[in-house]
Design a protein around this ligand. Structure first.
Ligand code: GDP
Length: 424
């Protein structure tokens, strides 16, 4: 089977700065549209004496998608020779933020659109903040509508300098700024001869240049222990350690370490349900392993390989959470954190930043995280736990918070915080 590589890209920008036009142009120029679509819209515009807009393409595609089975109208699909892209166009969309923070979907890269004539708006900065809080680290800034400023390099450089300074403050190191005119097609899919001073990639080249996340089976092994079964079939007292592999692979003979207890052993056999024992198992497989030595471990521990990078062990971390609880997330109350098969008490220690998802409003001063807020927080668990940063391994870099028996928030871990660490 020839499975095409997929990548999620989020596109953000102040309203009217040209997001839909950029997407429409990318669709049209990569032939990602259904046959005849472009022509029929052009024809429609002509008949109704309307100027043709690339943004219309997106609207009609969305209409069609929403009439079909796709309910998520904020996504569109773009194909290049290299891979398929899902373009997510809804920065302040509550569903989108929830999906990003809880892990239903993650974006590998972000396009931030700024109108060259209007310049940087407060919303451009808010979007920057959101992209930063979502942990997207490949960010490209598209300085659009260059045709309205006569492709003047100075306008582009001024925006670049000012916005770079802002992005650095919020921990984003932009990959590149591209001067474009989505309307005229400059530097979107085709190089612009009107902005001849620019020698960098087009938007399309840049998309294909983004690094995709690694295949989960190529990452280090992470298997949360679900259960331990005792069996005495051959007269001996052996244990099966059961769980689902989140990432990596495991082979008979591999030395493994359980975290946070640090107990070690070697894999003796790998069993999987309804099949014969096997020598190797990969991410997404539910397996049971037997070990060469008798060690006592508990459900909730994380199995990693001795010779690969281990998870971090800590009780404090910085995370970005999306809160959906009826009651606000408040400091010093003990909630339950669930990560993999771990369940443990957790407290909110500090709020670093809050963004109200509906209003895209940044509010650092309110003392609690309310429903539909995205917040950057420091948490502390009652005992040390094993986890990874979301930037390294997704499966063990995210968690949910339970309040009153209900899932009330989802989070991604951005940073390990050791006590005395003031570089939040
Ligand atoms: P969005 O709200 O960010 O999705 O913005 P749209 O894509 O709908 O664009 C807003 C308006 O700006 C539309 O009238 C577009 O035709 C216009 N526009 C978009 N890109 C360009 C451009 O590169 N040059 C010019 N002159 N107009 C543009």
């Amino acid at each position: 089977m020839n499975l095409r590589e997929q990548m999620n890209i989020v596109i953000v920008g102040h309203v009217d700065h040209g997001k839909s036009t950029v997407i429409g142009r990318l669709f049209a120029d990569t032939n990602s549209l259904p046959d005849g679509k472009l022509e029929s819209i052009k024809e429609y515009c002509k008949k109704n004496s309307k100027p043709f807009e690339y943004a219309f393409l997106l609207d009609t595609l969305k209409d069609e998608q929403s009439q079909g089975i796709t309910i998520d109208t904020a996504r569109s699909f773009l194909k290049t020779k290299k891979r398929d892209y899902i373009i997510i166009d809804a920065p302040g969309h509550i569903e989108f933020l929830k999906n990003m923070v809880t892990g239903a979907s993650r974006a590998e890269a972000a396009l931030l659109v700024i109108d060259a004539k209007e310049g940087i708006k407060e919303n451009s900065k808010r979007h920057g903040h959101i992209v930063s809080m979502l942990g997207v680290n490949q960010v490209v800034v598209l300085v659009n509508k260059m045709d309205l400023v006569d492709y003047d390099e100075r306008v582009f450089q001024n925006i670049r300098n000012e916005f770079t300074e802002f992005l650095w403050k919020i921990n984003i190191k932009p990959v590149i700024f591209i001067p474009i005119s989505a309307f005229c097609g400059d530097n979107v899919a085709e190089k612009s001869y009107r902005a001849s001073w620019y020698n960098g990639p087009t938007v399309l080249e840049q998309l294909d240049g983004f690094a995709n996340k690694k295949e989960t089976r190529e990452l280090p092994l992470r298997m949360p222990v679900q259960d331990i079964y005792k069996f005495t079939a051959q007269g001996d007292d052996r244990r099966i350690v059961a769980g689902t592999i989140l990432s990596g692979s495991i082979r008979v003979g591999d030395e493994v370490v359980f975290l946070p207890s640090q107990k070690r052993s070697v894999i003796d056999s790998i069993e999987s349900f309804h099949t014969v024992p096997k020598d190797i198992a990969y991410a997404d497989e539910a397996i049971g392993v037997t070990l060469q030595t008798q060690i006592y471990i508990r459900p909730g521990e994380l199995m990693v390989k001795a010779n690969e990078k281990h998870s971090l062990i800590s009780s404090r971390f910085k995370a970005n959470v999306f809160w959906v609880g009826q009651a606000p997330l408040i400091k010093n109350k003990v909630y339950k954190l669930k990560m993999g098969t771990t369940k443990i008490g957790v407290k909110l220690i500090e709020i670093v930043n809050i963004i109200d998802a509906a209003e895209l409003h940044i509010d650092t001063y309110k003392g609690q995280v309310e429903r539909h807020d995205v917040s950057e927080c420091i948490f502390e668990t009652t005992k040390p736990i094993a986890f990874d940063l979301i930037s390294e391994i997704e499966g063990t870099g995210r968690f949910v918070i339970v309040d009153n028996y209900e899932i009330s928030g989802g989070g991604i871990i951005m940073k390990n915080v050791t006590s005395g660490d003031n570089t939040l």
